[in-house]
Write a protein that binds this ligand. Structure first.
Ligand SMILES: Cc1ncc(C[n+]2csc(CCOP(=O)(O)OP(=O)(O)O)c2C)c(N)n1
Length: 580
């Protein structure tokens, strides 16, 4: 018989059995019993400075490792502060378990101090959530939460635990099996559909692979690469899928969509078979849906049946784990008569050669070329320098805005789980705390937090967490003095009437970093850039590098809202007056 314990210790036992080595949180009244149990427990608790950042840090941890990230908050305001992070994890399919304290059971519904209906509030922004009503239910709920978060299409699961459940005494009974009627995960893919897909791909004259975050979630990079090579097809990875196929792979075209490359968007538009793998036909990728990939037959592989046909009808829908489906598809293509027959047919071979010539011509016509200047630091120049130092190997945790798009266009990622960003929700304030989670998860890795001057100011409190743990994160601020992405839209679509986008009174980076006890510097000359970044990387501890870039640079190519993705604006439409 196990020894008598309380709910708080039992929760930590559950976390230990799930392999949790650290989690991110912020304490409060109802979680006092939990924090008392943490006091001498081997699992590490990282005290962040705002609960939203606990969730973002847990996401950073999960995105960098593929393991479930864990965050924790107290009842009421603590729990509501988690909501943005939960929505973010939901949108990007990131496995998170969020633990929240709740007021004592008998007070629930009485408008008690710091009571919020966490269960109700988070119902729509979690994959599943629990309100644990008695101690006996706690282990089952926690283990189920981990199972649901990580299985199928990953996502956030919340477990709300009243204070009296933390305090109650009982025995921990190990949970040996999870049985969830009504929660079914289809992993294998339909054999007949896989065969049809292989046939379609074999017959394609202009095949095009469109791979997304699902490739990363399913750890299916090797299988994707194999498919790319068997078909010798051009491939794009979405903002969420970057690194799923190494950026230095010869078949990698770049990112498609609103700020995708010319070749990526033209390839999507003109292909005859679109092979969509772990993607959701997001509006930022498709542009005007009616004009998206108009000539293509679509093969769509996804673990979530709800994604199939949601935005674009699939000619060959396959519900399954993209890793397992790709393994079968590759075997079919290698072994099946289809590909050999078609590939050796002179027509198909000639057509594919012509297709590659066309793709290469588009790439040459409008490359994602670096932009530099002798007098000011261009944002693109900053990205090229980060790329040089990273060489495709560093973790880059980005915030949201222009810098995110330039980074996605210009920094190479030669492996999955290196590019970490808020894709679906686009939540400013994500970059810095997600870097904290990533650096805890991967202490061996060089981690950049790449942020705009806007997003950075949303997460300044976390400099304290970074300093407290001496995390060697290289914080690079792309400082254009504006909420750059909003300024870009105001310039292009609102007659350059710049309204509430100027960010004046930015703090002195050197003094700010010094206030937290680490090094910082501001630069604004292009010739300082390379050595300043090298200095930051050489520094054993954290470093805050504030890079003042040209304020009025815009991200191109750009597909205007509502446009088709082949209707890209490739450069500024006309010279614009620079406001005083
Ligand atoms: C929490 C949140 N609020 C508002 C926005 C809308 N928004 C998108 S990009 C952006 C500007 C970001 O500015 P900055 O952090 O300076 O980055 P830049 O675009 O200049 O690179 C804003 C306000 C958002 N994405 N997230």
């Amino acid at each position: 018989m196990s020894t008598l314990t309380n709910g708080a210790k039992m929760l930590l036992e559950c976390l230990a059995r799930e392999g949790v080595d650290c989690f991110f949180g912020y304490p409060g009244g109802v979680t006092l019993p939990l924090y008392d149990a943490i006091y001498d427990h081997h699992i590490r608790h990282v005290l962040v400075r705002h609960e939203e950042n606990a969730c973002f840090a847990a996401e950073g941890y999960a995105r960098a490792t593929g393991k479930v990230g864990v965050c924790c908050a107290t009842s009421g305001p603590g729990a509501t502060n988690l909501v943005t992070g939960l929505v973010d994890a939901m949108m990007d399919s990131i496995p998170i378990v969020a633990l929240t304290g709740q007021v004592t059971s008998k007070l629930i519904g009485s408008d008690a101090f710091q009571e919020a209906d966490t269960f109700g509030i988070t119902r729509s922004c979690t994959k599943h959530n629990y309100l644990v009503k008695k101690l006996e239910d706690l282990p089952q709920a926690v283990h189920e939460a981990f199972y649901i978060a990580a299985s199928g299409r990953p996502g956030p699961v919340l477990v709300d635990i009243p204070k009296d459940v933390f305090q109650a005494q009982g025995h921990y009974t190990p949970v040996t099996s999870i049985h969830l009627p009504g929660y079914k995960v289809y992993t294998e893919g339909h054999t007949g559909q896989i065969r049809r897909a292989a046939q379609l791909m074999a017959e394609a004259e202009r095949p095009f692979i469109y791979a997304g975050g699902g490739i990363i979630a399913a750890n299916a990079s090797a299988e994707l690469r194999e498919l790319v090579e068997i078909l010798d097809a051009p491939a794009v990875t979405t903002l969420m899928g970057l690194g799923g196929l190494p950026s230095n792979h010869p078949n990698f075209v770049s990112m498609p969509g609103m700020h995708g490359s010319y070749a990526a968007n033209m390839g999507m538009t003109h292909c005859d078979v679109l092979i969509a793998l772990g993607v959701r036909f997001d509006d930022r990728v498709t542009g005007r849906l009616a004009a998206f990939a108009p000539h293509a037959k679509v093969v769509h592989v996804d673990i979530d049946p709800a994604e199939i046909g949601k935005n674009r009808a699939a000619d060959v829908p396959i519900v399954g784990d993209v890793k397992r489906v790709l393994a079968k598809l590759n075997a079919e293509l290698r072994g099946g008569a289809g590909l050999q027959a078609c590939a050796s047919a002179t027509d198909a071979l000639a057509a594919r050669q012509a297709w590659w010539s066309q793709i290469r011509a588009w790439q040459a016509e409008h490359p994602l070329a670096p932009v530099t200047s002798d007098s000011e630091i261009k944002p693109q120049h900053l990205m090229m320098e980060i790329d040089r130092l990273s060489a495709g190997e560093a973790i880059v945790c980005s915030d949201v805005g222009q810098h995110q798009m330039w980074a996605a266009q210009l920094i190479r990622f030669n492996a999955p789980r290196l590019w970490i960003n808020s894709g679906g929700l686009g939540a400013m304030g994500f970059g810095l705390p997600s870097a904290i989670g990533a650096q805890f998860a991967r202490p061996d890795k060089l981690v950049f937090a790449l942020v705009g001057d806007g997003g950075f100011q949303m997460s300044i409190p976390e400099l304290s967490t970074i300093a407290s743990h001496g995390l060697p994160i290289k914080i690079v601020i792309m400082n254009n003095g504006y909420l750059g992405m909003v300024r870009q839209w105001q310039e292009l679509f609102y007659n350059n009437r710049l309204s509430s986008v100027e960010l004046d009174c930015f703090p002195d980076a050197e003094k700010l970093a010094a206030a937290y006890g680490f090094k910082g510097r501001t630069i604004d000359k292009p010739w300082e850039l390379a050595s300043a970044l090298e200095e930051a990387v050489r520094e054993p501890g954290p470093y805050l590098l504030n890079v003042k870039v040209s304020p009025y640079e815009n991200v191109y190519p750009m597909v205007p809202a509502g446009g088709a993705i082949n209707e890209m604006v490739l450069a500024p439409p006309q010279p614009v007056a620079v406001p005083k």
